[in-house]
Structures are given as structure tokens and as C-alpha cells.
Write a protein that binds this ligand. Structure first.
Ligand code: FES
Length: 195
């Protein structure tokens, strides 16, 4: 839910709660209610409770709205500018903040988490001409091709994928909190580029 929508929902809930408590207070303040000391005490406590509830509700809504959302770092969404999107089969864009490589296959874009599926080491791009393999893990030697498929070593699967969204203008959003595993490469894993 977007921040404006959350604000509208929060205000709506606060208004309904305040209205309900106001009606309750009016109901108990009618008739001979005001002349009885115990009822007067009850009314005062009810009003204090109502005010406290509304303040607590407002505080909760503002806390929810102002709580920092994770963006621009691993776990959140990052944007890769159109200028940084690699050409087809060119060396991938490397995001230090997002811990991923953005590769451009003939089928489209792949954002791959650089964490080795074997035991979690960071897998560097070694690409041609240094190596016939695109990525090679320094820990136990797992190797992967340009699309992240395992080509050798003990890794149990290809590099994991992150969700990619192509925006107008050619920039790309990578959701580093939306990670999926796979058993091999399939063309529909790639986001067509341009969209
Ligand atoms: S952690 Fe990468 S091959 Fe073992």
C-alpha cells in the first residue's frame, strides 16, 4: 500500500474511532446520568479513555507512516539507470549495494544474487578473456555461465534471481528482497528489454 493510501486509511480509521467514542459519550451523558457522582466518574473515565484511544491510534498511524522503508540497499528495491544496463552478452552491471549482477541475455535481463548457492561465498564476474566461465566462486570453484547456470563445481543450482521491472525510459528496478531459486535457465526468467 502506498504512503498516501496508508494516510487515507489511517485518517479514516481514526475518524471512525473518534466518532464512535463520541456517540458513546453522548449516550451516557443523557438523562439523569449527570446528577449521579458514580456516573459522573464513569463519564470522566470514559472520556479520558476515548481521548487516550484516539491519541494512541493517531500515534500508531504516524509511526506506521514514518517508519523507514528499506530502499536503496540490499533487501529493498534498487534502480539501475538505462545508461548502466549492459548490451546483450556484455559484461554484467555489478551492484555493490544490491549484491547482484544485471546480465543482458538475448532473452532479456536477469538480476542474479551474487551469493554462491553452495555455501554462500560472493561469486565474482571473471568473464572472458580471463575465463571461459562468466562467474567463478573462489571458495570451492563452482562456475556459472552468463545466465547464471552452473557449469561446474559443487553448487547445487544456478545463481538465484531477483525480480526485475523495466520502467519507462529504460531504467530497471531490481527488488533484492524478492529472490527466487531455479533448477536451470529458462527464457521466461529474463525480463524483455526494452519492455
Ligand atoms: S561457496 Fe561457492 S563453491 Fe562453495
Amino acid at each position: 500500500m502506498t504512503a498516501p493510501a496508508r494516510l487515507v486509511v489511517g485518517c479514516g480509521v481514526g475518524w471512525i474511532a473518534a466518532a464512535a467514542l463520541g456517540l458513546l459519550g453522548r449516550h451516557y451523558s443523557q438523562g439523569d446520568f449527570a446528577v449521579r457522582p458514580d456516573r459522573r466518574r464513569f463519564l470522566r473515565n470514559a472520556m479520558l479513555g476515548a481521548v487516550g484511544s484516539v491519541l494512541a491510534l493517531i500515534g500508531a498511524v504516524f509511526g506506521w507512516l514514518l517508519w523507514p522503508r528499506k530502499t536503496g540497499a540490499f533487501g529493498g528495491e534498487l534502480t539501475v539507470s538505462a545508461a548502466d544496463v549492459p548490451a546483450v552478452n556484455a559484461p554484467p552491471f555489478r551492484s555493490t549495494a544490491g549484491h547482484f549482477y544485471l546480465a543482458h541475455t538475448a532473452d532479456g535481463l536477469l538480476a542474479m544474487w551474487w551469493k554462491c548457492p553452495h555455501l554462500g561465498c560472493t561469486v565474482p564476474w571473471v568473464g572472458p578473456p580471463e575465463s571461459p566461465h562468466a562467474y567463478q566462486c573462489p571458495c570451492h570453484g563452482s562456475m556459472y555461465n552468463y545466465a547464471g547456470e552452473r557449469t561446474g563445481g559443487p553448487a547445487p543450482r544456478p545463481l538465484d534471481l531477483m525480480r526485475v521491472t523495466v520502467a519507462d525510459g529504460g531504467s530497471v528496478r531490481v527488488d533484492t528482497g524478492a529472490i527466487t531459486t531455479r533448477t536451470d535457465y529458462a527464457p521466461d526468467q529474463a525480463a524483455p528489454y526494452p519492455a
